[in-house]
Ligand binder design. Structure first.
Ligand code: FAD
Ligand code: NAD
Length: 463
């Protein structure tokens, strides 16, 4: 193996593997160090992909059980085969992680299997999985080591009954009662999975609302929809402890009665992961959250060492990490590289989905930006009616003077796909009228976006 590289990337998640491939496409000799047997990072192994596989499967189960008869389809007794559902999830993960190994081969990225640490600028030492160490000399290093789960004092994780999203992606039975700590993205997605499969799910949240940080109006709408589905929210509640006893678990909450349950899922956020990287030794500066501090070009405080993805500031999202991977590789190769942070969407894959891009109404008010608002309900959209999924709405926020789109918020069927149009529009600096005047296929869910954009101006034509 050639041990002199142009670039060594540490971590093969969506940030690292994309940076490695892009750098190789740009002509660099690249190695990517990863200690997990499968490539793809948190996202592919224990994050985005397995959670979406279970969300899709549990939604189909729920639909077959409760919704198909309204379409004139009688299916008889519907039964859950949890091991088969878990196998389908693992198969999907296996295909995708294997796909990255193929992409590395195709792009001639050298995969070094082991745990990397930075010994000095230009020198990465790998504790090889197969035993022994290997030194990789390189012109540049990209840290893409991602994040790990945030702990809560008093919550005793046991890797089984009291666990994190990783355990909740692989329970071997449907819990009678699951308590989720945190009404953020993981809490709502995995809470939905197990609620659909038959568990009683109580979500305990510190703030008095779910999804803190998202547009309040659509956050409240989402809460009502999820409550109707059976999720129980205990808001404004601070968890003091969660412990395992002989007959299950007990969650203690400040100022209210403890909750007894079968399992606990801790989902109070994630923190940057830099353990064992040797950053202090080489002088790479860390921020208050333990994040690697970078400038606009992903350069750390040490020349030749860059960082991207969950390990740096900003939203912990796979597509944000990917954008940074591309921009960082391009910056190293060409001196230019840019990420448009204002048009990065975020999606919660509940049913209906919750998606947003740009500013919320609260953020616009706080920044004293005058805006106009248009909205459209899915109950007035023909395709949503045919799908039997009419809950939710699209909201478009645009600058009061220029009509430039500043934010789009969608609760509704396929919101995660519909938001792409809004993200592209924002990336191109589009006005609400630009979206409203573009032809949208009929009948399609995307017409709801067009109608909401029309609502910003002279008015929607279909309500
Ligand atoms: P990671 O994916 O965490 O990858 C870092 C890699 O570095 C890991 O493979 C790790 O093993 C490796 N590593 C660490 N240290 C070393 C070392 N010293 N040597 C070698 N290798 C090392 N985001 C979305 O956008 N959409 C979703 O639907 C979504 N769903 C999620 C669901 C769950 C349950 C979770 C937990 C997260 C989800 N996320 C989602 C977030 C997403 O997974 C992360 O934002 C994304 O994986 C970050 O990519 P990354 O490359 O920065 O880090
Ligand atoms: P999060 O930040 O989305 O939510 C954590 C929630 O826990 C917040 O609502 C917070 O107020 C609450 N909380 C914090 N301390 C608490 C306490 N003591 N008691 C009760 N509640 C408390 O974090 P997450 O859901 O753990 O997700 C982690 C990361 O993974 C997020 O950054 C997210 O972007 C990413 N993720 C993304 C997706 C997606 O894009 N669909 C899916 C899953 C995870």
């Amino acid at each position: 193996m050639d041990k002199q590289f142009d670039l060594v990337v540490i971590g093969a998640g969506p940030g690292g593997y994309i940076a490695a491939i892009r750098a190789a496409q740009l002509g660099m000799n690249v190695a990517c160090v990863e200690y997990e047997p499968a490539l793809g990072g948190t996202c592919l192994r224990v994050g985005c992909i397995p959670s979406k596989a279970l969300l899709e499967a549990s939604h189909l189960y729920h639909k077959a059980k409760h919704e198909l008869t309204q379409f004139g389809i009688d299916v008889g007794k519907v039964a859950l085969n949890l091991p088969a559902m878990m196998k389908k999830k693992s198969d999907i993960v296996g295909q995708l992680t294997g796909g990255i190994a193929g992409l590395f081969k195709k792009n001639k990225v050298t995969h070094v299997k082991g745990k990397g640490r930075i010994e000095a600028p230009g020198l990465v030492v790998v504790e090889l999985t197969a035993g022994g160490t290997q030194e990789l000399t390189t012109k540049n290093i990209v840290i893409a080591t991602g994040s790990t789960v945030a702990r809560l004092p008093g919550v005793e994780l046991d890797g089984d009954r009291i666990g994190t999203s990783t355990e909740a992606l692989s329970y071997n039975e449907v819990p009678g009662h699951l308590v989720v700590i945190g009404a953020g993205v993981i809490g709502l997605e995995l809470g939905s999975v197990w609620q659909r499969l038959g568990a009683k799910v109580t979500v305990v949240e510190y703030f008095d609302r779910i999804l803190p940080g998202m547009d309040t109006e659509l956050g409240t709408l989402s809460r009502k929809i999820l409550e109707k589905q059976g999720l129980v929210f205990k808001l404004g509640a601070r968890v003091k402890s969660a412990v395992r006893g002989d007959k299950g678990c007990k969650v203690e909450i400040e100022g209210s009665d403890p909750i007894s349950c079968d399992r606990v899922l801790l989902a109070v956020g994630r923190v940057p992961y830099t353990d064992g990287l040797g950053l202090e030794k080489v002088g790479v500066a860390l921020g208050k959250r333990g994040d690697v501090v970078v400038n606009d070009h992903f350069q750390t405080s040490v020349p030749g060492i860059y960082a991207i993805g969950d390990v740096i500031r900003g939203a912990m999202l796979a597509h944000k990490a990917e954008e940074e991977g591309v921009a960082c590789a391009e910056y190293i190769a060409t001196g230019y590289g840019h990420v448009d942070y204002d048009s990065i969407p975020s999606v919660v894959y509940t049913h209906p989905e919750i998606a947003s891009v740009g500013k919320s109404e609260e953020q616009l008010k706080e920044a004293k930006i005058e805006y106009k608002k248009g909205w459209f309900p899915f109950s007035a959209n023909g395709r949503a009616k045919a799908l039997g999924s009419t809950e939710g709405r699209v909201k478009v926020l645009a600058d009061a003077k220029t009509d430039r789109v500043l934010g789009v918020h969608i609760v509704g069927p396929a919101a995660g796909d519909l938001i792409a149009e809004a993200a592209v529009a924002m990336a191109f600096g589009a006005s609400a009228e630009d979206i409203a005047r573009a032809s949208h296929a009929h009948p399609s869910l995307s017409e709801a976006v067009k109608q909401a954009a029309l609502g910003v101006g002279s008015g929607a034509t279909q309500i």
